[in-house]
Write a protein that binds this ligand. Structure first.
Ligand code: HEM
Length: 455
């Protein structure tokens, strides 16, 4: 690597301030506007440097590797994580690298590929409950039943997260929790991306609403923790891992407050994301009956019994479908990092203090990187084609040390749910478009209507 001081500064994006601000705040498709004007690595100056810290947008595989993939990249948590930390306290998602390492080491065992396999039963059963309900509502007749894919997938993922790692049945509270999540995460992302932020002590109505939402979610996580303390035999692996973890410096256990923060962040990070992946995959299949038939045939080959983690090796095409859904509609449209010193990115200098925005959405839809990028084509993800691909061009779970801890969990859950649903019913999507909101992560702007008929 060259001394960054000898490198040219990342070229400035030529769009006028007003358009840049609009594009930056439009977390998914705004990336393409920024790229069209300034290229795959571009400096977005939305005010004088002394007033607004610089932002560099990176959207090419090599630039992403330089930011996320190098152990000496000096990239840290950024303003987005800082805002979440102020709103919801210390947690795995927001802790600076130094404090984060031991926490991640303590929690990683819960989320390894072999360990998450144990949760498969909860995941399949959560999907089966919906298939049964659709049948009782008319999906057993050829006329079928009309459903909202967004609502169904949210409930499936909430149930499966609750039962798998939190040891609780979240279904009754699912809608309420989801609404609180939406309020809290929109507020934090919105604040993080404003060029000018109101001081934190100012009690704005939006801030008050977000605080109330966080308090309501904290009530749920406090209850989960209390239930596990009262009954240590409760099947709640994440909660027990947090209770058992200690601070490597002091040897003391993590405080109950911090455990509760972590549980909250796992609910936030693990719910909307998986729900969006599953909803988008089902909506896409509802428009591509030939692809859906291949998924159904793969799942039907397993017989009528419950689909388990042990079957995943035989659901290769289903996994390809999910990867294609994650490419076209990445639930995390982007991730941010802070450069803690001058660094080299794709042959340019990124100055210390810069917010580096990794544009996952734009990267996944880049015509220079993907053939025919807007076409839904799961065959892009055959094992042979995956092997030949640049590791940094498909990054739905980010990459490097701070990539998603829930990746194996999410892939297993969505694979089992997709196979369970498509084996039982044929899905016809009734909406031509898949409208989204990007309050923080990308969520369907429901309802996403579909008709389901028995197979
Ligand atoms: C399709 C589903 C998912 C996607 C696309 C996704 C994506 C991501 C991405 C891109 C990051 C990096 C964020 C950043 O650095 O700012 C991340 C981090 C994280 N995710 Fe996920 N995620 C998914 C599911 C899950 C699930 C199911 C869980 C938990 C059960 C989870 C828990 C987390 C946590 C705790 C972090 C912070 C990790 C750390 O810094 O060590 N995610 N996720």
């Amino acid at each position: 690597m060259t001394d960054p001081a000898a490198l040219p500064l990342v070229p400035r994006n030529p769009l006028p301030y007003r358009e840049l601000i609009k594009a930056v705040r439009n977390l998914d498709s705004g990336q393409e506007v920024i790229r069209a004007a300034g290229g795959r690595i571009t400096r977005v100056a939305i005010g004088p440097k002394w007033l607004v810290p610089p932002l560099v947008s990176v959207m090419s595989p090599s630039a992403v590797r330089d930011v996320l993939g190098r152990s000496d990249a000096f990239s840290e948590r950024c303003i987005v994580h800082e805002e979440v930390r102020h709103m919801a306290g210390d947690s795995l998602f927001v802790l600076p690298n130094e404090q984060w390492r031991p926490r991640r080491r303590a929690l990683q065992p819960v989320f390894t590929r072999p360990h998450v396999k144990a949760f498969g039963g909860h995941m399949s059963r959560a999907a089966q409950v919906f298939v049964d309900e659709w049948r009782s509502r008319g999906a057993a007749t050829t006329a079928g039943a009309d459903i909202d894919l967004d609502l169904a997938c949210r409930r499936i993922t909430m149930q499966s997260l609750g039962r798998s790692v939190l040891g609780i049945d979240l279904n009754e509270r699912a809608d309420e929790i989801a609404a609180h999540m939406h309020v809290a995460s929109s507020y934090t992302a919105d604040r993080a991306l404003r060029p000018f932020r109101a001081p934190r002590w100012l009690p704005t109505p939006a801030r008050r609403r977000a605080r109330i939402a966080v308090a309501a979610m904290r009530k749920v996580t406090d209850d989960i923790l209390a239930a596990c303390r009262a009954d240590p035999s409760r099947d709640a692996p994440l909660v027990h891992a947090l209770i058992a973890a200690t601070d490597p410096e002091t040897g003391r256990p993590i405080s109950d407050d911090d455990i509760s923060n972590d549980l909250l962040i796992f609910m936030l990070a693990g719910h909307d994301t998986t729900a969006t992946a599953l909803t988008y995959a089902l909506w896409s299949l509802g428009h591509h009956q030939d692809v859906q038939d291949r998924v159904a045939a793969e799942a039907a080959a397993l017989g009528d019994r419950e689909i388990t983690s042990a079957d995943v090796g035989r659901l290769g095409y289903t996994v390809q479908v999910l990867r294609e859904a994650l490419r076209l509609c990445p639930p995390a449209a982007g991730v941010g990092r802070l450069a803690t010193r001058d660094i080299e990115v794709d042959g340019y200098r990124v100055e210390k203090g810069t917010l580096v925005a990794v544009g996952i959405y734009a990267l996944h839809r880049d015509p220079e990187v993907w053939d025919d990028p807007l076409t839904f084509d799961p065959d892009r993800f055959t094992p042979e084609r995956m092997k030949k691909r640049n590791r940094w061009q498909f990054i739905p779970f980010a990459g490097g040390a701070r990539s998603c801890i829930g990746e194996h969990f999410a892939m297993l859950e969505t694979t089992l749910a997709l196979a369970t649903i498509v084996r039982a019913v044929r899905v016809h999507s009734l909406d031509a478009e898949f409208p989204v909101d990007v309050p923080f992560t990308t969520v369907a702007k429901g309802p996403i209507r579909a008709r389901v008929q028995p197979r």
